[in-house]
Design a protein around this ligand. Structure first.
Ligand code: ATP
Ligand code: MG
Length: 635
């Protein structure tokens, strides 16, 4: 019997128990049944969290692109692999079949080889969400080059830091990119970045916006003429299961980004297995994840996980607000999307717009809705559930990290009963532990602590590029023999997990530990509130007090601010208790966010503590202008 597709809750518990009792047998079966290996492993797992060292499927040989492309050709050659929806809705969508993907990846791989890229070399990919992005990622994987995708919204400084950190030899970019009604001069950003990067030997430039750009002789080349000349056949490089597949830097919400290194075999097995189960993907479904491939969500659940399953994966170049805030729903209707995976920040922004732009479109194709990136607050959850899913499409609130490679805690749709704000149950094979501050594991249910994982899973990052010590210090030193996630969580009476926020953001008020997520969740219940963030600041008596930054919905701005403050504290008292009442509430037009849309609380904390001389690394901020505004109006 295949245990690839979980179908009911009892089966989940059965498979889960097996995956915990006999992890090696369990993952060996999954790996054996569903993938193409050039050589099978000698050993399923060896691990030692004290070093830390983890190896899955040691001795096995494979190429992940054979699993994502070649093996589908027999049965799915004409099936759409990548469905590209351009920024401009008037530009036709592009259906790239598995056969075409095979040819285009091979051509690209041959170009890389001609340019002297070899197994183990690092290639930086700085491209907008156009097909060349997915194709270049796969082309690197085909020849064993390690890709390092940098989100194409990052600044030149953020780009050069990442290029230098991993010693990339090549950059793949484009002449520019579209973002809603704007165009962005990507090549100009690359040129600026490369002034500080001595290691880059060549730059390949895809044409997207047909603008005049500067091409540096001897370094820069247009991509298309090279592709046109290249053969559509390229033999795969045979990789060991533990060879690095890619480097990806964490979002940078908390500080200097870390170059996480992911393996080939384990990463493939886990992302494919989670994709199939968490989205309940069926053969003719159209799956859409709105993330950018520049984030781990895009790596695992736009490219590798879906393609390893022979799925149709939609790649969207645009933004949710262009030409208007109905764009997501227009695309769902147009392509009859079945699984839709997005982030709470997008859901909140869309919910703020009202319903006309939702009701215009037929969303009846949707079967599963996903959320990732931040805790989803209750109001946003219900909005998503009622208006997008029409109460028919389960929401999978998926908790995971760049470091974990794949989804770790999540409902399985139609299997796990969902509960707003809860990521619910650990995925198959995942062994979470909640720890108290003294390093003791909290057993049983109805406990609240720091979230760790106590057993390896196949897609965990193996190290931080060039800094194994930092990897050990950050993730394996807080608690002996456990991977520490940096997040806090609680386990309810039935064993469901709720992520309460980052441990760094936990605020101790009068001796009570308060996570940010539940308090923000309560604040957001107020009908006039669009979004909020809370931080702590020193207080003589309580040790710390709470400072809230609140964005109001349009109509809220006409309300009396002091009354609003009282009402917000009233809601907090009802939902959590008077201990969590805010001492200060600043109304603001925006919150500092990372480019992946997450609130950067460390900056807000500094402002609340009136310590603004050094705000730390802000190169990953989406909206730096808002910081000054918040400082000017600080309480
Ligand atoms: P950095 O590690 O550089 O500070 P980051 O943590 O934002 O950046 P990611 O790896 O993209 O980088 O994000 C993972 C984090 O996002 C998790 O540790 C968690 O805090 C948050 N997160 C992701 N998904 C969820 C979710 N479903 N519920 C709650 N929090 C989530
Ligand atoms: Mg993190």
């Amino acid at each position: 019997m295949s245990n690839y597709h979980i179908k009911h809750l009892e089966e989940y518990y059965q498979v889960y128990r097996k995956s915990i009792r006999e992890p090696e047998n369990f993952w060996e079966e999954v790996a054996e049944e569903h993938f193409m290996w050039r050589k099978k492993w000698d050993n399923v797992l060896s691990w030692d969290f004290s070093k830390p060292e983890v190896k899955w499927f040691e001795g096995a040989q494979l190429n992940i692109t054979e699993n994502c492309i070649d093996r589908h050709l027999a049965t799915r050659a004409d099936k759409t692999a990548i469905l590209f929806e351009p920024n401009d809705p008037k530009e036709p969508a592009e259906h790239i079949t598995y056969k075409q993907l095979y040819e285009r990846v091979n051509q690209f791989a041959n170009v890389l080889k001609d340019q002297g890229i070899k197994k183990g070399d690092r290639v930086c990919i700085y491209l907008p969400m156009i097909p060349e992005l997915a194709i270049s990622v796969l082309a690197c994987a085909r020849i064993g080059a390690i890709h390092s995708v940098v989100f194409a919204g990052f600044s030149s400084t953020a780009l050069s830091t990442r290029i230098n950190d991993s010693d990339c030899k090549m950059v793949v970019t484009s002449d520019g990119s579209y973002r809603g009604s704007k165009t962005i001069d990507l090549k100009g950003i690359v040129d600026e970045a490369l002034e500080d990067c001595d290691g880059i030997e060549s730059v390949l430039v895809a044409k997207r916006i047909n603008t005049d750009i500067n091409m540096k002789a001897g370094r820069d080349q247009w991509l298309q003429p090279l592709l046109d000349k290249a053969s559509t056949v390229c033999k795969v490089e045979i990789m060991n299961a533990e060879d690095p597949l890619f480097i990806l830097y964490t979002s940078g919400s908390t500080g200097k980004p870390k170059g996480m290194v992911h393996s080939t075999g384990g990463y493939m097995v886990y992302t494919a297995y989670t994709f199939k189960n968490v989205f309940q993907y069926r053969e003719n479904d159209v799956y859409w994840c709105t993330a950018d491939i520049g984030w781990i969500t895009g790596h695992s659940y736009i490219v590798y996980g879906p393609l390893a399953n022979g799925a149709t994966t939609l790649m969207f170049e645009g933004v949710p607000s262009y030409p208007d805030f109905g764009r997501f729903w227009e695309v769902v209707e147009k392509h009859k999307v079945n699984q839709f995976y997005t982030a709470p920040t997008a859901i909140r922004a869309l919910a703020k717009q009202g319903m006309e732009l939702v009701d215009k479109y037929d969303l009846s194709s949707l079967k599963v809705l996903g959320s990732v990136g931040e805790p989803i607050n209750e109001e946003a959850w219900h909005w998503y559930n009622d208006n997008i899913g029409k109460k028919n499409s389960p929401i999978v609130d998926t908790w995971w990290q760049t470091e974990t490679g794949g989804i770790m805690i999540s409902p399985i749709p139609f299997v796990t009963p969902t509960k707003p704000t809860y990521a619910t149950l650990p995925f198959i094979g995942i062994q979470p532990a909640l720890m108290d501050e003294d390093g003791k594991e909290l057993k049983g249910n109805q406990v609240d602590g720091r979230l760790c994982i106590k057993f390896p899973w196949p897609s965990m990052a193996r190290t931080i590029w060039g800094n194994h010590q930092r990897y050990k210090d950050t993730y394996f030193s807080a608690y002996e023999n456990k991977y520490f996630t940096g997040d806090g969580a609680l386990r309810d009476e039935v064993g469901y997990y709720r992520i309460t926020g980052r441990v760094d953001d936990v605020i101790i008020v009068s001796g009570h530990n308060l996570g940010t997520a539940p308090i923000e969740d309560a604040i957001n219940e107020h009908p006039a509130v669009a979004e909020s963030a809370i931080v702590g600041f020193p207080h003589d008596i309580k040790g710390n007090a709470l400072y809230g930054y609140v964005i109001l919905k349009d109509f809220g701005e006409t309300r009396d601010q002091n009354n609003l403050r009282k009402e917000i504290n009233q809601i907090i008292t009802e939902h959590i208790g008077p201990i969590a009442k805010l001492d200060k509430i600043q109304f603001t037009s925006g919150l500092p966010k990372t480019r992946s849309g997450k609130i950067m609380r460390r900056i807000l904390r500094k402002i609340a503590c009136k310590d603004t001389s050094n705000l730390g690394d802000t190169s990953t901020l989406l909206n730096p202008e808002v910081v000054q505004d918040i400082m000017d109006n600080a309480l």
